[in-house]
Design a protein around this ligand. Sequence first.
Ligand SMILES: CC(C)(COP(=O)(O)OP(=O)(O)OC[C@H]1O[C@@H](n2cnc3c(N)ncnc32)[C@H](O)[C@@H]1OP(=O)(O)O)[C@@H](O)C(=O)NCCC(=O)NCCS
Length: 177
Amino acid sequence: MTEIFTPRLLLRRWREEDLTAMAEINADPVVMEWIGDGSVLDLEQTAEAIERWEEEWDEEGFGLFAVELLGSGELAGFTGLSVPEYLPEVLPAVEIGWRFGRPFWGQGYAAEAAHASLEFALQDRGLDRVVSICRAGHDASENVMRKLGMSLEREAVDPRYGFPLLVHAIDLTEYRG
Ligand SMILES: CC(C)(COP(=O)(O)OP(=O)(O)OC[C@H]1O[C@@H](n2cnc3c(N)ncnc32)[C@H](O)[C@@H]1OP(=O)(O)O)[C@@H](O)C(=O)NCCC(=O)NCCS
């Protein structure tokens, strides 16, 4: 069982009881504004997504962590690793991503969880490079990328929706863990 503790958070594999809280996050149009075409996800789609994320853990040895607040035990969202199949031009690559419920924004939780995930990728899993991709103009995400020490590597266009994308990256050699 892969678990990482940070000062305020527990990053862990998904549990059945996470479904309702994650579905609430995925149903918020403000949370989903910059993701895909901005569509929200319902309970069933969230259940399918969690199943896929767990499969990725089993197949790849990495995946998206459920992020729990230490103390209250609330599910704040996710951070972690995935293969960005939706953008073939960057493959092979492993992407770090994040999605938190609105009550958990603006408190440094995303950056705290992302640092732990990046360390997991580069030091525990032995990856030598991690990318992070967001839509151009998504300042909150770019801010997290910069705090991780990532730099802009290329601009791209989302083949699914035509939105301009920014691809940030960090190499193991640049990482100061
Ligand atoms: C992207 C997202 C995860 C960023 O969350 P966030 O809360 O803004 O990010 P951070 O964890 O970096 O916290 C931001 C601010 O919290 C503040 N903060 C408050 N308490 C803090 C603390 N104890 N430690 C650190 N920062 C703290 C800081 O001011 C920080 O801003 P700064 O870096 O400019 O100083 C969030 O907006 C989100 O989930 N969005 C919807 C999903 C999404 O778009 N995902 C990405 C798709 S590409």
